[in-house]
Design a protein. Structure first.
Lengths: 95, 486
């Protein structure tokens, strides 16, 4: 069972502003997901390696060869506030 | 010392502490392209000209790992004597900051590329691969930004391949930290995997510092020091933090675990304390990247790429060539200087300790550039000059003059000696000068004949002045004694 505080904590980390109703719904939904996952703990898995990837592929590597980058105007175009020096953002210290 | 108080407080104030220091080093790799995309790596380009949808974190893009970055990581792991993980994976380290476009950094967590190992007297905890963040240009630090509330992000650096090296807490003084980081820097430079420039940020070092009562084994609460971008700042920062922690403990207080930022301008540390939850990174395996499982071929290639490393080279210089430890270290830790020395040694039959001394004591101050090969003094010429000194065909002081000429104009030492008349005075010339010296110092000659050995000094001095050092002291002594019938 997940506590209300944990939901609020995770929401803060994800920068999500939840309504009171959403907090309640998430507490319930996340709890049921965790309960479902916990059923795995009932199995004897001592000899099973933790799964990090579901495909059996290793060493997908790229040769160290440069490819053209985006023109600056194009890179900056989708930014909400493209300043002359680049992507303008609120100063992290100013919050 | 202030007044002594009685009891436990006194004991607290008198207690001796031992610092326990571990280092975390970030090394920017010298690959041609970024870690997960084909954008070129360059320092000092116009902001945001080296970006693409991958390193800008656009939705739907996929990272592909740079083979050369893995190769460099393996080289570093092997050079540090680590065990390479048969299979290591990437994790997402989740946090929000404007220099991190995806909202997470791709790093390695519980299964790093390499673990264990040792360099010098410090054990290595782990070596892992990750990507660098972009660069935040804060308001005020650039005239281009208006308004104190805004910063600008330059994504050119974002996605640069990094290797993070974490040591065990085996360091016990600021000086040891500085010295060890110099050894690591020399090692990485020798490997050719990074520019290792602390000022430019291609080598960055954080320090974990705690103190404990001397002689005890438990670890105290540690603080993390950041932003020490030179060897001097690293040593000063750690020194300041040890002093700060001692003062707190002596006063009966407790150390708080926090991150401190070193300010080079004031030499002081300030807290970067942020909300506790900022360190809740919620690591999870990066689903967009498959595991690295170094093949025998990859490992063999990395092993073959390893040159002789500075620690081993210093040892060889000391053991095989008979160099003093400090000289051996100086030559080995500055690779180019070591290469220069070895080329000179191979070029002429100079005696190794003498040649090493000439390189480190005489040549280095005359260098205009860090790189001795850029100097007009060719290794062969310096070796010849040192050989001429040992053959006594030129005196020490005259040889220094020859070196001045070599450094300014280049050329061959023998020709310079010839042109400038810097060779040793011949037997006839020297005999005549000795006679003049005795004539000019009748009192000293008299005293010497009467048995006062010291009196010879005045006569020797005269000869040396006359010959401008182009005479061998022993030979001059012998001649004077002969002429005075002693």
């Amino acid at each position: 069972m997940i506590a209300r505080e944990q939901v609020l904590h995770v929401a803060r980390l994800a920068r999500l502003a939840l309504t009171e109703e959403e907090v309640e719904r998430m507490t319930e939904e996340l709890s049921s997901i965790l309960e479902h996952i916990e059923r795995i703990g009932e199995l004897d898995l001592d000899d099973v390696e933790p799964t990090s990837h579901v495909v059996d592929v290793e060493n997908v590597l790229r040769a160290d060869v440069p490819r053209p980058s985006l023109p600056r105007e194009k890179a900056l175009a989708p930014a909400p506030d493209p300043g002359p020096a680049g992507f303008r953002v609120p100063s992290p210290g100013a919050s | 010392m202030t007044q002594r108080a009685a009891g436990a407080g006194d004991e607290l104030a008198e207690r001796r502490y031992e610092p326990v220091i571990g280092l975390e080093i970030h090394v920017q790799l010298k690959t041609r392209t970024k870690m997960f995309c084909g954008c070129e790596l360059a320092f000092g380009e116009e902001p945001n000209t080296l970006t693409c949808p991958v390193c800008l974190g656009h939705p739907g893009t996929l990272p592909v790992l740079n083979a050369e970055a893995v190769h460099f990581g393996l080289m570093i792991g092997l050079a540090l004597g680590c065990e390479i993980a048969p299979r290591s994976i990437f994790h997402r380290k989740n946090y929000f900051y404007p220099d991190l476009p995806k909202g997470y950094q791709i790093s390695q967590y519980d299964i790093p590329l390499a673990t264990g190992g040792r360099l010098g007297d410090v054990r290595i905890h782990r070596v892992h691969l990750e990507e660098d963040a972009a660069k935040l240009v804060h308001a005020g630090s650039s005239g281009r930004i208006h308004g104190a509330e805004a910063s600008a992000v330059d994504f050119n650096r974002g996605g640069t391949p990094l290797v993070e090296i974490v040591t065990e807490p085996d360091i016990h003084s600021p000086q040891q930290a500085g010295e060890w980081l110099r050894l690591l820097r020399a090692t990485l430079k020798r490997l050719g995997v990074s520019d290792v420039n602390m000022e430019e940020g291609s080598l960055r070092c954080d320090a974990n510092v705690s103190i404990r009562p001397a002689g005890t084994a438990t670890l105290g609460t540690k603080t993390e020091l950041k932003n020490m971008n030179s060897f001097r700042f690293l040593e000063r920062g750690i020194e300041a933090e040890i002093a700060r922690q001692e003062e707190i403990l002596r006063g009966g207080g407790a150390i708080e675990q926090e991150t401190l930022h070193f300010d080079p301008a004031t030499g002081s540390l300030s807290s970067l304390r942020s909300k506790e939850e900022a360190h809740d990174y919620r690591y999870f395996p990066e689903p967009d990247l498959v595991p690295i499982a170094p093949t025998d071929e990859m490992l063999a290639r990395a092993r073959e790429a390893l040159p002789e490393l500075p620690a081993a080279r210093a040892e060889r210089f000391e053991r095989d060539l008979g160099l003093p430890a400090a000289t051996a270290k100086l030559l080995a830790f500055r690779s180019e200087l070591g290469d220069y020395f070895e080329e000179a040694l191979a070029a002429d039959s100079a005696d190794a300790p003498a040649l090493a001394n000439w390189v480190t004591v005489e040549l280095v101050p005359r260098l205009e550039d860090e790189d001795p090969f850029a100097s007009k003094v060719k290794p062969r010429a310096l070796a010849r000059l040192v050989a001429m000194v040992s053959e006594r065909s030129v005196s020490q002081s005259a040889a220094k003059e020859v070196l001045d000429v070599l450094a300014a104009e280049g050329g061959e030492p023998a020709a310079i000696v010839e042109q400038r008349g810097l060779g040793m005075a011949g037997a006839n010339e020297l005999g005549a000068i000795v006679e003049r010296a005795i004539e000019a110092n009748p009192k000293a000659a008299e005293e010497f004949r009467a048995g006062k050995q010291k009196a010879i000094g005045a006569i020797v001095g005269f000869v040396m002045r006359e010959t401008q050092g182009r005479a061998d002291g022993g030979e001059v002594n012998r001649l004077i004694r002969e002429k005075l019938g002693a």
